[in-house]
Design a binder for this molecule. Structure first.
Ligand SMILES: NC(=O)C1=CN([C@@H]2O[C@H](COP(=O)(O)OP(=O)(O)OC[C@H]3O[C@@H](n4cnc5c(N)ncnc54)[C@H](O)[C@@H]3O)[C@@H](O)[C@H]2O)C=CC1
Ligand SMILES: O=C(O)[C@@H]1CCC=N1
Length: 280
């Protein structure tokens, strides 16, 4: 039976698992999950989604045709080291932010086919925006399989690896920026005396409506904004205030700093991987 293994059982692994099962790409029994040592977390995933769980890395990896690396970047050396010897012809897909294909290959100690991906947590409702980049050993068939996997949980686009820092900053971290904006809207609604539930319904429908307008009308964001903004009206007063607080610059700096951090992680862990390699 075609199986997928998850090395790492956190928020991102859970979101992908949920999306893959709901999308019918895998049955729960085709999914096997392991983590470092948190049995409680594995048990939760088993009870919630019916997936297989195991602390036995050999079993987890050898049963699978795809191995998904889903640990934190800081745990990448230890995580790969624990499965390295069991990897044969499985396709390895990484979701790790800032860890290059070359670094992953250095840790594996061989030029195995790797696909680096950057999904986001909306994978859980099959609405991820995912970008993937492949190493030169990856076959067209493996790219096709990976695209199909990520298409099951949302939209997927193939990019050059050097674009993944920007992608990570934009759409990998992106949901958090939107949630932060929603938190601020909730705070403002409370300050204006709106009931929490009433405000939440209005905020969420406004958010969903604005996203649908962008997607369905194909109008530029600036034009849609203009259509809301009556001269001398309320929106203009609000937007002018955002501008006085340098909203646009804040967002641009935010995404830039996230991309810088992705580059920093890449350099930090490349050095760690080289040390690991020379230690062997
Ligand atoms: N959370 C998000 O929105 C996104 C996260 N990512 C990437 O996904 C990866 C995981 O992120 P989260 O799920 O948020 O982290 P998390 O902290 O929720 O989960 C990490 C998991 O890795 C496991 N782990 C740690 N060391 C391990 C080892 N040696 N062997 C096996 N498993 C090990 C932990 O037990 C835990 O289950 C990160 O590399 C992150 O960059 C990518 C896109 C979005
Ligand atoms: O914050 C992080 O590093 C991860 C990568 C993208 C979203 N979460």
């Amino acid at each position: 039976m075609n199986k997928i293994a998850f090395i790492g059982a956190g928020s991102m692994a859970e979101a992908i698992i949920q999306g893959l099962i709901d999308g019918g790409m895998y049955l729960p029994e085709q999914i096997i999950v392991t983590n470092r040592s948190n049995i409680e977390r594995l048990t939760y995933l088993k009870e919630e989604y019916g997936v297989n769980i195991s602390a036995n890395k050999q079993q987890v990896v050898q049963e699978a045709s795809i191995v998904m690396l889903a640990m934190k970047p800081k745990d990448v050396c230890e995580g790969i080291e624990s499965v390295r010897e069991y990897i044969g012809d499985q396709l390895v897909i990484s979701v790790l932010a800032g860890i290059s294909i070359q670094t992953i290959q250095e840790i594996f100690g061989s030029n195995i086919p790797i696909i680096r991906s950057m999904p986001n947590t909306s994978a859980s409702i099959r609405m991820s925006a995912t970008a993937i980049a492949a190493s030169d050993r990856v076959t067209m068939e493996q790219i096709k399989i990976t695209k199909h996997l990520f298409e099951t949980i949302g939209l997927v686009t193939v990019v050059e690896e050097d674009q993944l820092d920007a992608v990570t900053a934009l759409s990998g971290s992106g949901p958090a920026y939107i949630y932060y904006m929603v938190e601020s809207l909730q705070d403002s609604a409370e300050k204006l005396g709106l009931e929490r539930e009433v405000a939440n319904n209005l905020i969420l429908q406004t958010l969903a409506g604005a996203a649908e307008m962008l997607m369905q009308t194909n109008k530029p964001a600036a034009l849609l904004r203009q259509e809301v903004t009556s001269p001398g009206g309320t929106t203009e007063a609000g937007i002018k205030t955002l501008q006085s607080y340098h909203f646009s610059e804040a967002v641009i700096h935010c995404v830039k700093q996230a991309a810088v951090r992705s580059c920093e992680l890449k350099e930090m862990f490349r050095d760690q991987a080289m040390k690991e390699k020379s230690r062997r």
